[in-house]
Structure formats: C-alpha cells, structure tokens
Design a protein around this ligand. Structure first.
Ligand code: ZN
Length: 195
C-alpha cells in the first residue's frame, strides 16, 4: 500500500480519514504551490506539513469530524522598503470542522467562531488547503528589520538598525487593519496630549 507521504499530490477521503483518526505528513516543494510562489521572489524551498483527522461524539449521538493542519517553512518575499528578498518564516496550526454541503457551511459559518468549516469530500486535495493557509500566513508588508541597500545604510542618521532586532522584524510585520482602526477610535482623555 502506497504511503500518502510519498504522493506528489496527496489526497484523502475526509470521512474515512477522520473516522479512523489518521495522520499524514509531507514536505511540499514551493514549486508545487504555484499561487503562493507568485507572491514570492523564488520557489526554492519547502513547506513541511501534517494533517490529522478525528471525530468527536455530539450530544445528539452523531459525530463531528475535524481536521487539524500544521505547517512550517521558510520563504522569501520582496521587501516593501528596499525591494530585495527578505526571508520569512511561516508557521501555523489550523483546525477545521467538516460539514456535508456548501449550504451547511454557509449556515454554520455565522454560528461558529471556533473552527473554520470545510466541505467533506471523497477526494480532498491536501495541498490546496495547505496553500490557502500558507498564503494567509504570509505578511502583508514583508520588510527587513534593517534594509541593507548599498550606498544608503551608511548615510542613515543614527546608523543602521538602532533599536531593531533584524531577526525579529524579519519574521514579518503584519499590520492588523482592525487594530489600527481601534487605535484611531480610542477616545483620548480630555487635556491629555499623547497616550
Ligand atoms: Zn529591505
């Protein structure tokens, strides 16, 4: 029996996979993730992933089926400041609840905040899900902590990289638009300047 680990395009029967509590894993070349590769400076590298299925018994005696996807990898994106490649580490773990049809998914989506919903399938393409989630893990504005464009670094006032840990900043600045909005809306105490 061929192991799912060695399939180039692994797929599962979601019902069987979750009923029997299976787990598969793999290392996916970035070249197989074409949609994501379009957002990168190159497709050299891998995303390591694992997928686990499980069922839990509901109060009404039926079962809920779940998938857990974990992935990690290193990719390069174009720095928004200097346009040179910047290495980005992506890593996440996502939980999904399986539902039978799209309409159930739409109905339940409004009610559940705990899981994202996926529609069951006898031929569920693992890499499609992996690519969707990996794309969402990319920063909106990738940037070096300290850009090293030749000829500019030396002239920057105060020297390069003061107070910035390049490793930490390079992990991806992901500005949250809602956080920005919330900060704008925050009422400022009268008579108080900043803060
Ligand atoms: Zn840069």
């Amino acid at each position: 029996m061929a192991s799912p680990d060695v399939q180039a395009r692994p797929w599962i029967d979601t019902n069987e996979f979750t009923r029997t509590g299976q787990r598969i894993s793999g290392r996916c070349p970035l070249a197989l993730l074409a949609r994501m590769s379009d957002m990168l400076t190159d497709d050299d590298g891998y995303v390591d992933w694992s997928l686990e299925g499980e069922r839990s018994r509901r109060a009404d005696g039926g079962f809920d089926a779940h998938l857990a996807l974990a992935f990690s990898g290193a990719v390069r994106m174009r720095c928004v400041r200097c346009l040179e490649p910047v290495e980005i580490t992506i890593e996440d773990r996502r939980h999904f609840k399986l539902v039978v049809t799209e309409s159930v998914a739409e109905r339940e989506d409004a009610q559940t905040d705990d899981f994202d919903l996926l529609v069951t399938s006898p031929h569920f393409e693992v890499l499609d899900l992996l690519e969707d989630e990996a794309i969402m893990a990319l920063p909106l504005a990738p940037a070096h902590g300290t850009c090293a464009r030749p000829g500019e670094t030396a002239e920057r006032p105060g020297g390069a990289g003061v107070g910035i840990d390049p490793d930490e900043a390079a992990q991806g600045e992901r500005p949250n638009p809602f956080a920005v909005l919330a900060a704008l809306k925050k009422p400022r105490p009268p008579g108080d300047g900043e803060n």
